[in-house]
Each structure stands twice: as C-alpha cells, then as structure tokens.
Design a protein around this ligand. Sequence first.
Ligand SMILES: Cc1ncc(COP(=O)(O)O)c(C=O)c1O
Length: 377
Amino acid sequence: MPLFDVYPLYNVTPVKGKDIFVYDDKGIEYLDLYGGHAVISIGHSHPNYVNAITNQVSSLGFYSNAIQNPIQVELAKRLEEVSACKGYQLFLCNSGAEANENALKLASFKTNKSRVIAFNNGFHGRTSAAVAVTDNPSINAPINQQHKVTFLELNDIDGVKKELEKGDVCAVILEFIQGVGGLDQGTSDFFEKVDALCKANNTFFIADEVQSGYGRSGKFFAFQHYNVTPDVISIAKGMGNGFPVGGILIHPKIEAKYGMLGTTFGGNHLACAAGLAVINTLVEEQLIKNVNFISNYFISEASKIPQIKNVKGRGLMLGLEFDFDVSELRKNLIYQHHIFTGGASNKKLIRILPPLTITKVHVDAFFVALKNALLNF
Ligand SMILES: Cc1ncc(COP(=O)(O)O)c(C=O)c1O
C-alpha cells in the first residue's frame, strides 16, 4: 500500500538521535536546529526520557480515562509548579491541533457564542475548528469553512475592539510568537489590550503555546513576557519531546462538567510518563536559563553576517531573514553541511528551533557552515 503522498520529503533517513544530533541510515551525523519542528525540548533520546517511557511501558502502557491515573495528577501538579500557572486545571489530549480544538470548544460552551477572532499568518493546526482559525485557505476544506472566523492584522487593536463589541465572539486565539507564519510578534500594548477587551466582553483569550511553550521563548510560556492572564493555554510539541501529547491549561474560574471534553488516548500512562520526564529534566538541567543564554549568543553571532537582514523571534524560536528565497540554502545546509533548519510561510526566513540543550559549540558550528554555504548564494 503506498503512503498517501502529502509530505514533500528531504532525502534523509534518520535512524538514531542523541541530544542535539540525529544520525541517518548511512551513519552521517546531522546537527538538529529544527528539533523535528520545535518538538525536541530536552534533546533526542535523553536518558531520563528513555528510562521513564521504558519503565512505564513495561508496567502499564495504557488504560482509559475511566480509572484513577496518579501519573496524570503528578504531571498536572508539576506543570502548575513549574509554569507558575497557579490554580489552572489541566485537560490532556494528543496533539497541538486537538489542544486548540478543545480550547475553542470550551470557549464556545462557556460563553454560548461561536465566532472566533484569529490573526493573519497564524497557524493553529488542522482539525476542524483549529484549521478554520488558521490563516491558510489552501488547508481549509469546505467543511472547515463553515466556522465563523474573522481574521485581523496582528496589532489591530481597534479591529479587535470593534469585533468584540458586537457580542458574538467566543474566543480570541493567538500565538504570542507566530511559528509557521514567520516569527512575527504583537506589541505588549496590543496583547495587554486584547486581554482586557476579552475580559470586558465575556470572550475567552486563548494563548496558543503549542510551539512557544515549555521554555522555548525564554520563559515557561511566551505570554509570560506580558501582563496578561489567558483563559486557556494550549500546549503540545515540547511537552512530550516527541511522544504525542497535548493539553490545555484552563483558568481556575472555569468549571468542568462531566462529559464536556473527552478523549480515548489523551493523558494515557505512557504520555504522562514522557511528559513528567520532560518537565523534571527541564528543571534539573535549568534549560530555560540555557535558552536565554544561547539565544543572546546566537543573535549576536547572527548580527555579524551581512546577508542576514533581520533576526526575528525570541529565545530558541528564532528566524533568520535574508533578502532571497532560502529553500536552496536550506537544502545546501542539509546535504552539504548536515544541518537541519526549518522553513516558514515567509520564504526568506530560516527558522531555528533546536533542542533546548544546545550549547555554544553547536551555534559556532552552525555559523561556520552558514558562512560557507552563503558563498554559493
Ligand atoms: C502554534 C501552533 N499551534 C498548533 C499547531 C498544531 O500542532 P499539531 O501539529 O501537533 O496538531 C502547531 C504546529 O505546528 C503550531 O505551531
């Protein structure tokens, strides 16, 4: 049976990973500055992670959400402590899109409204409501287009105010640092006014932290760089370091009701064991401190390269902007220099999303390779 051919593939077959490196079937080592799309947080095959998953699967890999699961409770406790989201409640699911789907559904249930405000260039996933609030018509099928969504320009606070005052908006959803769209960020003033307007208009403020969360921005959550209190925070990617797990953090004022949300696989024993290993390792190895340290170093090294016109983003969610389409440059980095980087909707941008364990040595290796690769462009 052929695979449904939806992914354009690079001709590399990774078979092994160790910290910041992956190794292909020919034994070639690749420096991973892409982290499998911002997923690898504590490094490939971290021993804590391998041990936690191995031990868990050898005792109990899965049972449904109809029984007591102390590992879920422990994960929620650690997440509350480490994220400093005091009193928030946790609902676990399996991916970023599913997290946003549940966040939007919860907003609609609780406000009894259905229109959503989302932003140009935003990406929130591919399930029904999540893709409808994603600014990309080519991935929205007719069935998704039935959702009521209004897209606005980032920083258009007058537009947000005007739409919220119509009274039918259940949620405003945004990324504090846009990922797929190309690392654009709103201003503090904008985010803080959106927060206040949501509170004044019985509208949920949903922070999509699927990519920016778990330390990648230099704080546990990117919204914590601002004075805002989201009603729902969606998480996935770095949370599981590759194990499929997602979730939403739900403000203490929002009451649960049996049956309101649910999933078969979400919060299963293995996912929670993986999630606990990630969060404990993040703390033990002070990885958020490392994110800030390496981010500053990376940005200062990038500023020495004249072809880089702009460095966007924050923490280890960075974009290097050139004045030409970078797809051939990225291919050159993979095939000639064995370095993975990420692309974005902005074709002139290389995205840097490494494991949070990256050190200066790796950054230096990247810039030596980049300078070399740029000789051909
Ligand atoms: C900000 C953001 N939200 C949601 C998603 C969707 O996550 P998933 O692919 O796990 O469904 C992504 C994926 O790239 C993302 O970057």
